[in-house]
Design a protein around this ligand. Structure first.
Ligand code: FE2
Length: 288
């Protein structure tokens, strides 16, 4: 069992780096913390960085997770290799670009690129927002998977992820107390489907709702309240059609939590009655 201890970063290719970085700071409210070798590091909390953008293929996404130490990294490399996956051990230079002391990369069964890092950098300075969106934390992602049931099995058997709830065949999974760190979305291709930042309170969600609409940012869903996690949410599109989410008040779960099954309908997605685009939960579903 590979034990993930931290949720660290996303690395995203983008067709227009400057436009994307401008959106990240001026619209999302992220801070640029570094620019090196064509990489732009941004964040919405006090860690070194949360999203690293680079000019390149907009479907080139990597998620960075954290393991406890180098022994755990070696053990992860062995167990993923034994499961038949190809592992790339990062060089020192590659680790430096990920701002950690060491890592391996592999592709999950859907083809999602995952970095398992050791000792990712902390930051000496606190987060200074690009705009006052009330962001607290880089908190979870929607992960596109080609077969939700197989993906859930992979992440719960190879890793310490457990399912908090299901909507249709999609599992919302976590490795810690936060209701979900992954929301699995059925798709015919891998990738990060959305990126979530927690904000402090419902007022922040609503202020951003009006701010983003005023700036002609396309809203994808919300404002609403997730029936599964209880979080108040707003989803919107950034460059390259990447979906970003603000939410607050996500449910915490412990070992006594028992996963619930929700059907795919509007009320499962939003307790307030907003009309979500449920096709994201149905498209490419490989489940019979
Ligand atoms: Fe989300």
């Amino acid at each position: 069992m590979i034990e993930v201890v931290g949720f660290r970063y996303a690395r995203l290719g983008t067709a227009d780096l400057e436009e994307t970085v401008k959106f990240a700071t001026d619209m999302i409210g992220l801070e640029v913390v570094g620019r090196e070798n064509g990489l732009v590091y941004t964040r919405g909390d006090d860690r070194d960085h949360n999203i690293c953008y680079f000019e390149g293929d907009p479907t080139d996404h990597t998620l960075g997770l954290e393991l406890a130490d180098f022994d755990a990294l070696d053990a992860a490399e062995s167990s993923l290799s034994a499961a038949g996956l190809e592992i790339h051990r990062g060089t020192d230079e590659e680790a430096a670009a990920r701002r950690c002391m060491g890592y391996i990369n592999f592709k999950d069964p859907s083809g999602n690129s995952i970095d398992l890092t050791v000792r990712p950098f902390a930051a000496g300075r606190r987060y200074f927002p690009g705009r006052d969106a009330g962001i607290d934390e880089f908190s979870h992602i929607g992960l596109a998977v080609t077969n939700p049931r197989e993906a859930e099995k992979f992440w719960s058997e190879m890793f310490n992820f457990r399912t908090s709830d299901w909507i249709g065949w999609s599992a919302l999974m976590t490795f810690d107390a936060v209701h979900h760190r992954f929301a699995l979305f059925p798709s015919n291709k891998p990738g990060i489907q959305h990126i979530n930042f927690q904000v402090r309170e419902t007022d922040d969600v609503m202020c951003s709702n009006y701010f983003l609409r005023d700036h002609q940012v396309r809203i994808q869903a919300g404002p609403g309240r997730h029936s599964l996690s209880g979080a108040r949410f707003l989803y919107f599109y950034g460059p390259d059609n990447m979906i970003y989410e603000y939410s607050c008040g996500v449910r915490m779960v412990d070992d006594s939590w028992r996963a619930r099954q929700f059907p795919v309908n509007d009320a499962s997605f939003c307790a307030w009655g907003s009309k979500p685009d449920l096709s994201v939960l149905e498209a490419g579903d490989a489940a019979e």
